[in-house]
Design a protein around this ligand. Structure first.
Ligand code: WTA
Length: 733
């Protein structure tokens, strides 16, 4: 399945320097270890497990499972019989055994602008910092290059904060197995809250702070949480988010639905008095006149008051390997088959909420190993993942994976384009970031502004660049590689899902020759296959459904409270396989290329087309910076292609350009993929995590005004604009 020799033509290699220091320095080494991970998982994972602390050893085999619904219940068990604590492994082990207590766990920084600070001058800001820093004994402030707050937290300090907060949770009656909902911005306390849960064996359910009150309420009720942790508010760019107001609204909705939550702990993030700053939380911000902090004394508790009375030590709760660690909600699919005229029994995914459940030991080993090997983590690295902790990328690759390796990370509460589009690279230089992980959508956004804002900064520290979240179009890949990484840094295009826990298809930076747009090969322990519509495995170059044949330690164990749903969603369609819901192509060299979600596939005159493929073809045009393609029903062809294109700054939309774009797609993919409609879209509807909301685009394409729940939309004005400028309803073909 994996070729003996890596291809030498039309591929990109990392530098010789990187190979020298790398954990896996060659393709041959990767292949050797890969085979070992499949043929002898006990030995492979056993060696990784040796790096961690186990209160009791496992008794059975490393991996026990059933992946075949026709043979009984689906289950995955890893290291049964072992007991451990993930928080102990992330913090106590690094502080006490590895002597990394004084190493920095996080550089935390947040934006602030003149507007927020009442137009203080740079000098005023510095005086203010000086005043605050005198009162602070747990953090060291470093003055930023420009107005902004930042601080560092060492492993020792993090351990102490986590122990204190674990004691707080215990004092509020939280016990092993209880669910705790966390609704917080990107502050160090979010990490503290999640690890405190893990320390006492409670199960955290983090709800991204960009979600609405309704979404929070739904998630609290679904996982029957006993306590909510939130903050007063935060800023997204210049916009104040009154988080406590939203949390209160959610709690009221919970009460209305007969689920009264008794306790809510609130962190004062914006409203804290300067003199109280420092002991347990990031530096106080200046007064925010628009901040509203409602207080219900029957329910609300103050983070700072509780912390000030809590003890510094807390014995971890020793957990079984398969005890739950966390729940994270995704939009699931029920995979109901639906027939239409042109494509019989095409899978139409019905979106609904489902709580992906991860457990202790397998997740620990998997995120630790993927972080170490995919980012080729080395002592002295400064790692920065721009995701929000509210998503799986933040869980696995801001909190658990990096801390399990004793890494130093940047934790950034801000926007990549705020206050300007050079912000990312300025931070890279400021902290000398070596490993950088972001999303293709962010790359395309920055690409739109050209190379000048990037080249204003040196970026000499960068060694490995990563992407996640969606297929990266080759043009964005080339820009990331050529402009950001100056052709020096390999790009790890990591394919994975909330459900997979960690990377499953990914290059290893020094071992895998890269092809722009390909997630390349499986990580250790992962066995992919490509199936056709009848569920037959395809060999060699092929395209179809991406599935996995056996579990790896980090895969989800169930849908919280609904194991049937778990089986129906991931295992029923093709018995014997975990179905990702993504389409995939394997090329002649055995490289895997994700073609997009199967539910984003189109069937035009009986031909399956990937929207991602068409998008990539459009984006390759020099005038287009981003494209999103959706299906619009067509009387003859079944479905037609409706394309939204965002043009580069300064480019005007014209009939001639439209004709060029049609030609381009026809030439790249074939006449079958010729766009039926092309609409100029200066902005696309996106979630706050940057994913394009295709569901909304499909409605626009069909001129259907009932959009359903759009609370996750970052900017709703974009939608009105797109409706106003819809294409005429008759297709041009
Ligand atoms: C998509 C994010 C192509 C894919 C970690 C998957 C990708 C979904 C890639 C999971 C990639 C993620 N190339 N597609 N490198 N990474 N995806 O659960 O469709 O938010 O199924 O997890 O994102 O999204 P999720």
């Amino acid at each position: 399945m994996i070729p003996d020799k890596a291809p030498q033509e039309n591929v990109f290699h990392c530098s010789e320097d990187l190979k020298k220091e790398s954990h896996i320095p060659s393709f041959e080494k990767y292949k050797e270890l890969y085979i070992r991970s499949i043929e002898n998982p006990d030995e492979f994972w056993g060696a990784i497990a040796k790096d961690f602390f186990w209160k009791t050893k496992h008794t059975g085999q490393f991996l026990d499972y059933n992946f075949d619904v026709t043979k009984g219940e689906i289950f995955i068990k890893f290291m049964e019989g072992a007991t451990t604590n993930i928080c102990y492994n992330l913090l106590d082990r690094n502080v006490h055994e590895r002597k990394l207590g004084d190493n920095i766990a996080f550089f935390w920084l947040v934006e602030c602008s003149a507007k927020r600070y009442g137009r203080k001058t740079g000098r005023d800001m510095r005086v203010l910092y000086l005043m605050i820093s005198i009162t602070i004994d747990y953090f060291w402030f470093k003055e930023g290059n420009e107005p902004g707050d930042d601080l560092t937290v060492t492993y020792k300090e993090l351990l102490q904060k986590v122990c204190r907060f674990a004691n707080v949770l215990k004092s509020q009656g939280v016990k092993k197995g209880d669910r705790v909902s966390i609704y917080m911005p990107m502050v160090v306390e979010l990490v503290v809250a999640m690890l405190a849960c893990a320390r006492i064996g409670a199960v955290h359910s983090i709800v991204f702070a960009g979600f609405s009150a309704e979404s929070l309420c739904e998630r609290i009720i679904d996982s029957k949480c006993s306590l909510l942790i939130t903050a007063d508010g935060f800023y997204r760019g210049d916009k104040l988010i009154n988080l406590k107001l939203l949390a209160d609204e959610a709690l009221q909705k919970c009460r209305d639905k007969g689920f009264p939550l008794k306790k809510c702990i609130m962190l004062k993030h914006l409203s804290k008095e300067p003199e109280a700053a420092g002991r347990q939380s990031p530096p106080a911000k200046r007064a925010c006149p628009d901040l509203e902090v409602p207080w219900n004394p029957d329910v609300d508790l103050c983070w700072h008051t509780l912390m000030s009375g809590a003890a510094d030590e807390c014995e971890p709760e020793w957990c079984e390997s398969e005890d739950p660690l966390f729940i994270l909600y995704t939009s699931g699919s029920t995979g109901k088959p639906k027939c239409n005229a042109a494509s019989c029994c095409r899978l139409l995914m019905v979106s609904s909420l489902q709580g992906v459940l991860h457990t202790v030991s397998g997740y620990l080993l998997y995120v630790a190993a993927t972080f170490k090997l995919v980012f080729d983590h080395q002592p002295g690295d400064v790692y920065w993942c721009t995701a929000d902790i509210g998503w799986i990328t933040g869980h696995s690759y801001i909190t658990y994976g990096p801390l399990a390796n004793g890494a130093t990370s940047v934790l950034f509460e801000g926007l990549p384009t705020y206050p300007d589009v050079g912000r990312m690279w300025q931070i890279v230089d400021k902290y000398q970031v070596t490993k950088f992980y972001t999303a293709p959508t962010a790359i395309r956004l920055l690409m739109k502004y050209g190379s000048d804002p990037v080249q204003k900064y040196k970026r000499k520290s960068l060694k490995v660049l990563g992407t996640v979240g969606e297929p990266i179009n080759p043009e964005a890949w080339q820009w990331y590689h050529g402009v950001v990484g100056e052709k020096r840094c390999p790009i790890v295009d990591t394919f994975w899902q909330t459900e997979t826990g960690g990377h499953v298809l990914t290059p290893l930076p020094a071992a895998t020759p890269m092809k722009p747009g390909s997630a390349t090969f499986p990580f250790f322990g992962v066995v992919p296959a490509i199936l056709n519509e009848s569920g037959e495995e395809l060999e060699g170059p092929s395209e179809g459904y991406l599935v996995f044949k056996q579990p790896w330690p980090g895969v989800m164990r169930s849908v919280f409270g609904n194991h049937e749903r778990f089986e129906a969603t991931y295992f029923k369609k093709f018995p014997g396989y975990y179905v990702t819901g993504d389409g995939c192509r394997r090329d002649k060299d055995g490289y895997y290329w994700i073609t997009g979600r199967i539910d984003d596939m189109l069937n035009v005159s009986g031909h399956l087309l990937s929207t991602a493929e068409v998008e990539s073809a459009l984006v390759e045009h020099k005038s287009v910076v981003e494209a999103a393609v959706v299906s619009r029903p067509h009387a003859v062809k079944g479905e037609s292609l409706y394309c939204f294109v965002t043009l580069n700054d300064g480019v005007a939309y014209s009939q001639a350009l439209e004709a060029e774009l049609r030609k381009q797609v026809r030439e790249k993919i074939g006449a079958i993929a010729t766009p039926d409609y092309i609409q100029n879209a200066p902005g696309l509807p996106k979630t706050r995590s940057g994913k394009i909301m295709r569901r909304v685009l499909r409605k626009i394409a069909c001129n259907e005004k009932d959009l359903g729940d759009i609370s996750t939309l970052a900017d709703s004005s974009v939608v009105d604009e797109l409706f106003r400028n819809r294409c005429a309803t008759t297709a041009r073909v």
